[in-house]
Ligand binder design. Structure first.
Ligand code: TNX
Length: 553
């Protein structure tokens, strides 16, 4: 296997046009266009960074670059807060432009032996140019302490013109099954931004825990953020199931949430909070049993899977959810709120006289239509507040001409791709998150050698091979496929290290799926860039999986 890969690489290198300097071009995700030039730009203590006066975003970016450069190299670059003057020595210049074709996130990076010029129309474009610049430098640039003095701090002269294939590029994290502290969430966001993702989907609530402080309903965190113990071993395979006997809990205060949102914004990452309903709601019911059909008592779940106790569509339940969402809206920037909608068994609704009467009154034919009533009622309220709803692909189930989600609701297609394609044909925006390709809780290597994971197998190459937009989809529907996202469910991921192990390097493959134009995407070329990716992750202190060492050896 490794030998075949080497052969492939050899072939590829000889045709790539970069020849000897190919090793210099190891940017992930691969830029839309790159040309190499003669020579190199050498960084030194004399290199200055120039940006136009009065541009606070660029000033911050320049300062951050200087800080990182200093930490890893020991060089102190300087800023030169003027434009147009003739510089002395080498310089890096930020030049705002208004080329329509660069869009909100595109950039040009022009490197000669004496100058680096970054052109972009919007701050995010400059930010992405800097991420590419870091990846033109040796991987030691990502260290937090000075590297060996033998490292050559130069980059190849080149010209890059780049912008993303999709406007939505997401990575998700489930903090309900296991809780991760703010410090880890920030590190997760750092990595996301470095690989040019622009959205973090924060799965904050589920059966096993409610993780966000809500002032009006303190029991959500006092009761719902805790569980008695946790299932150990595999949910689907271990029989009898065993529990660890250890109480477990954790949540984010509103101040912490604000801090994370601010942090993400500084990295051009938008956070989408998810508040699950009407299923995956046992933590709510444990705290407030009056929102369940049977009245309880209920307990925050200690095992994994799907539970039949779900929210009951009483008016008081909607008042509660709206109050919760109202507080959520004060914490996050918008425009999206994710309301879940997946895996809601209808058992308790079938048994509930209240639900059966409600269905009669509303002339609903079955419980699927009742779920549609539930979701569309919340969606209507969310929309009335000027926000946009996102839900898992079940949010279209049970829709009828009379009761349906708003046309502006966005669908996350997780049960394969068909739900998403159908939604796009119905003119809903769609984010593709198909389990077969983009679920990073699956095994990535021979399971006998791997830590316990969700039972399926999704190796790096499979993730890399995913193309969100099928060629045969009509253009009117294609424009609704706004992007894709990888999901990281944490039933089996107890620690930050385990999360990083599952996410890296697969998230780098996802980055290329959502950023790189299809004609530039190429698996052998991606594997060529893996060794340096590993070095960067090492410099960043990321516990990535070594499962692919043999792919590139
Ligand atoms: C399905 S994906 C779920 C999650 C689980 C995941 C395990 C989705 C919308 N729901 O609750 O954690 O499978 O892979």
């Amino acid at each position: 296997m490794p030998r075949i890969v080497c052969l492939w690489l050899g072939l590829l290198l000889s045709f790539s046009g970069f020849g000897q300097s190919d090793k210099d071009f190891q940017i992930i995700p691969k830029p839309a266009k790159m040309e190499s030039r003669e020579g190199r730009f050498m960084f030194s203590n004399e290199t200055t960074i120039r940006f136009p006066p009065g541009n606070a975003d660029l000033k911050t970016m320049a300062e951050n670059f200087i800080r990182q450069f200093q930490a890893a190299t020991g060089f102190s670059l300087r800023t030169e807060n003027r434009s147009g003057a003739t510089p002395t020595g080498t310089f890096l210049a930020f030049v705002p432009v208004s080329y329509a074709n660069l869009g909100d996130e595109g950039y040009r990076l022009d490197v000669t032996t004496t100058t680096i010029t970054i052109e972009a129309s919007k701050p995010a474009g400059f930010f992405y140019a800097i991420q590419s610049l870091y990846q033109l430098l040796p991987p030691e640039i990502f260290r937090s302490t000075p590297a060996d003095s033998s490292v050559n701090w130069s980059i190849p002269a080149c010209r890059i013109e780049d912008k993303p294939r999709y406007r939505y590029r997401g990575l998700h994290l489930d903090v309900a099954r296991h809780f991760f502290p703010v410090s880890f969430i920030k590190k997760y966001i750092d990595l996301l931004a470095l690989y040019k993702f622009n959205t973090f989907h924060w799965h904050l609530t589920d059966d096993q825990g409610w993780r966000i402080e809500i002032k009006k309903y303190p029991k959500l965190t006092q009761v719902g953020s805790r569980r008695k113990e946790t299932l150990i071993g595999h949910y689907y395979e271990s029989d009898p199931q065993q529990f660890d006997g250890q109480p477990y809990g954790g949540f984010y205060t509103q101040d912490e949430v604000r801090e994370v949102v601010r942090y993400a914004k500084s990295k051009y990452v938008t956070i989408i909070p998810e508040i699950e309903m009407p299923g995956h709601a046992l933590a709510i019911l444990a705290a407030y049993p009056e929102f369940g059909c049977s009245g309880g008592p209920y307990e925050t779940a200690t095992k994994w899977g799907i539970f039949t106790d779900v929210l009951c569509p009483y008016d008081r339940t909607f008042t509660f959810l709206q109050d919760v969402l109202m507080e959520v809206m004060t914490l996050f920037p918008g425009p999206y709120i994710h309301i879940g909608g997946d895996e809601c068994p209808k058992t308790s609704w079938k048994k509930s006289p209240f639900c059966q009467n409600l269905m009669k009154r509303l002339k609903l034919k079955n419980e699927n239509q009742l779920q549609s009533y539930f979701i569309s009622r919340i969606d209507k309220w969310v929309t009335s507040k000027g926000w946009k709803t996102i839900g898992w692909d079940e949010i279209l189930e049970g829709n009828s001409p009379a009761i349906r989600v708003s046309p502006g609701a966005t669908v996350m297609s997780w049960r394969g791709i068909d739900g998403g394609l159908k939604a796009a044909r119905q003119n809903h925006d769609v984010i593709m998150t198909p389990g077969d390709f983009l679920y990073l809780d699956h095994y990535q290597a021979d399971r006998s050698q791997e830590p316990l994971a969700f039972g399926r197998f999704t190796p790096l190459e499979k993730t890399y091979s995913y193309d969100p937009t099928p060629a045969d989809l009509p253009a009117t529907a294609q424009k609704h496929l706004i992007g894709a996202q990888a999901n990281v469910w944490t039933e089996y991921l107890k620690t930050a290290d385990q999360v990083e192990y599952m996410v890296w390097p697969r998230a780098a493959a996802v980055a290329e799926v959502v950023w790189t134009p299809l004609d530039q995407k190429n698996w052998p070329d991606f594997t060529r860039r893996l060794p340096v990716l590993f070095k960067r992750l090492e410099a960043l202190g990321v516990s990535y999986s070594r499962a692919y060492y043999d792919v590139v050896a």
